[in-house]
Design a protein around this ligand. Structure first.
Ligand code: ZN
Length: 216
């Protein structure tokens, strides 16, 4: 039990006091902080609502002239809320966080390219290097290479969309299984999250190169 910094009631660890509504800012997991069930499929409307409602109620500006313990509780609660919102809003961060909550460690060396993306990553990096070199020397071929990379960008996005669909399907299977039956799903989840993270980086690299070409 913790004590509410405003009404002094003894309460269960919470982001706000259920009695008086004051910020408490106990250490909570991200789902509990936002009052959401600990599931991978989340109600994004509810997430946004909880974030904005709570954010208003615990905002440090409202406690600027309050006793220091209440001001501190407001800062703690706001930091917790922001962290929870950012983690749960992004499906990849939410997936990684859920693995962490369940005590599943990601591989130490997560730098290895997932095998079924390896060839694609290699090809794209080569294309980007070609475009970069041609642009740097003001070569004629830059325009054609740029078109190729632009087409590649669209292809990567389609791959990403497919992976996100797969991820959502996996989230549904995960939520439907109880903890004991999840061991295989953990491995699947890890693999797909790693693929998505890799592809995100690759798409970012492509966008950077295309931006540079546009600016040239
Ligand atoms: Zn209270």
């Amino acid at each position: 039990m913790v004590q509410c910094p405003s009404c002094a009631r003894l309460i269960k660890p919470a982001i706000t006091c259920p009695g008086c509504g004051a910020p408490v800012g106990s250490e909570l997991d991200c789902f509990a902080a936002l009052g959401l069930p600990p599931r991978l499929q989340i109600d994004t409307v509810r997430l946004e609502q909880a974030y904005h409602d709570l954010g208003r109620r615990i905002h440090p500006d409202r406690f600027a002239s309050s006793p220091v313990r209440l001001r501190q509780a407001s800062l703690r609660a706001t930091a917790l809320l922001t962290r929870a919102y950012r983690t749960l809003r992004d499906p990849v961060a939410r997936g990684l966080y859920t693995l962490e909550l369940n005590g599943v460690k990601l591989a130490e060396n997560n730098k290895n390219v997932p095998p079924d993306l390896a060839e694609l990553v290699f090809e794209v990096q080569e294309q980007l290097a070609d475009l970069n070199a041609e642009r740097s020397r003001g070569g004629e071929a830059a325009r054609g290479l740029n078109a190729e990379v632009t087409a590649r960008r669209a292809e990567l996005q389609r791959t990403m969309d497919g992976l996100m669909d797969e991820l959502n399907a996996l989230f549904a299977r995960f939520d439907a299984n109880d903890t004991a039956a999840r061991d295989d799903l953990y491995a699947e989840l890890k693999a797909i999250l790693s693929k998505i993270a890799y592809l995100r980086t690759l798409i970012r690299d492509v966008d950077k190169e295309l931006d540079l070409t546009r600016a040239a």
